[in-house]
Design a protein around this ligand. Structure first.
Ligand SMILES: CC(C)(COP(=O)(O)OP(=O)(O)OC[C@H]1O[C@@H](n2cnc3c(N)ncnc32)[C@H](O)[C@@H]1OP(=O)(O)O)[C@@H](O)C(=O)NCCC(=O)NCCS
Length: 140
């Protein structure tokens, strides 16, 4: 592997970003909405093997106290090769001085716990699409 990490939004293929997130059922949003979300984020990670984008992630933050990680995804062919860890550690390099939260699919809880995240006892959320998230079993 010839790994390169890009930490800005210049020249990214937003169609590929949208496809990757859609592939895992993480989002159906348009390429342009993802572009805006990444551009408005505090830190972004785009991981490449040569010219191929193989993983992405982003963190929003106030830069001082609080941060949240979103849109972590690795191309299926590259799963289990340490790319997910690279993305999380890269993003944490920008926000580890903050409290860092994230929410994920129940299947992925162990991945994040393995990387040091702890389950919150008092996390609450006001979702944009509450019915869908409730149906998915993510909220009580
Ligand atoms: C979750 C995901 C990002 C993990 O990426 P990955 O590149 O396969 O993971 P890595 O190879 O970097 O794994 C890092 C470590 O976590 C461990 N790990 C990976 N998946 C795990 C799991 N489901 N449960 C427990 N540990 C796990 C690995 O064994 C590895 O341990 P090590 O570094 O001590 O050897 C990837 O599976 C993915 O893109 N899934 C689909 C999208 C998704 O669900 N994203 C999360 C939504 S927020």
């Amino acid at each position: 592997m010839n790994i390169y990490i890009g930490n800005d939004c210049h020249g990214r293929n937003w169609e590929e970003v949208a496809e990757l997130l859609k592939h895992f059922g993480l989002s159906n949003a348009s390429a342009d909405d993802h572009r805006q979300a990444f551009e408005n984020s505090y830190a972004v990670s785009f991981v490449y093997d040569g010219n191929e984008m193989i993983g992405i992630g982003r963190a929003i933050s106030d830069g001082i106290f609080q941060a949240a990680i979103y849109n972590i995804a690795v191309t299926p062919r590259y799963h289990g090769l340490g790319i997910g860890r690279i993305i999380i550690e890269d993003l944490l390099g920008f926000v580890r001085h903050c409290n860092v939260i994230l929410f994920t699919h129940p299947d992925k809880l162990e991945f994040y716990k393995h990387l040091g995240f702890r389950k919150m006892r008092t996390g609450l959320a006001l979702y944009a699409n509450e019915a869908k998230v409730e149906e998915m079993g993510f909220i009580e």
